[in-house]
Design a protein around this ligand. Structure first.
Ligand SMILES: [Zn+2]
Length: 172
């Protein structure tokens, strides 16, 4: 990923010159117009708020965030949004297929900027989510789906905790 352009510069149209096809063969055009196009293709009107939050969400590669984490980033980037707007936008993006909501535990919803099927490590103590490497797991023995159903996908979450020092383990 290339370096992030400051959000304020993007939204005010003061984008620094980005490589175009003339001087950057094979490079994509302006990331903001990419984002606008991505929202439109997903059936969402590219409003200023969606663009601001989309910029924070999708500008840094694959990530896993809660609404609170994105809200904190928005505050730091001086994007004027409420937590409720962040929630709504995350759910709209999820319904449009741009994000995937992860079922980790009941208390906090995590959203994945990579909506394709993949597996996760969940660090319970830190509440952090990490993508599992592609070769990390093979699910080759699944029960048959009930009559009239088919398996649409398999998501594995492996919960991690810090290993305890040897010798201090208790039985059972
Ligand atoms: Zn992920």
């Amino acid at each position: 990923m290339s370096e992030m352009v400051p959000l304020q510069a993007v939204l005010s149209g003061r984008m620094p010159a980005l490589p175009t096809e003339a001087n950057g063969a094979g490079r994509r055009g302006c990331p903001l117009s990419d984002l606008r196009e991505r929202l439109r293709r997903a059936g969402l009107r590219p409003t200023r708020q969606r663009l601001s939050l989309g910029w924070l969400l999708f500008g840094r590669g694959d990530r896993h965030l809660t609404a609170e984490m994105l809200y904190d980033e928005a505050m730091r980037a001086k994007v004027p949004v409420s937590l409720a707007t962040v929630y709504n936008t995350l759910h709209q993006f999820t319904e449009a297929g741009l994000l995937r909501q992860l079922a980790l535990d009941g208390s906090k919803a995590y959203f994945d900027t990579n909506p394709s099927e993949h597996h996760h490590f969940y660090l319970e103590e830190e509440g952090a989510v990490i993508d599992m490497p592609d070769c990390g797991i093979t699910v080759d023995s699944l029960p048959e789906a009930p009559e009239g159903m088919e398996i649409a996908g398999v998501e594995v979450i492996v919960r991690l905790r810090r290993s305890r020092p040897a010798g201090r383990r208790t039985q059972g």
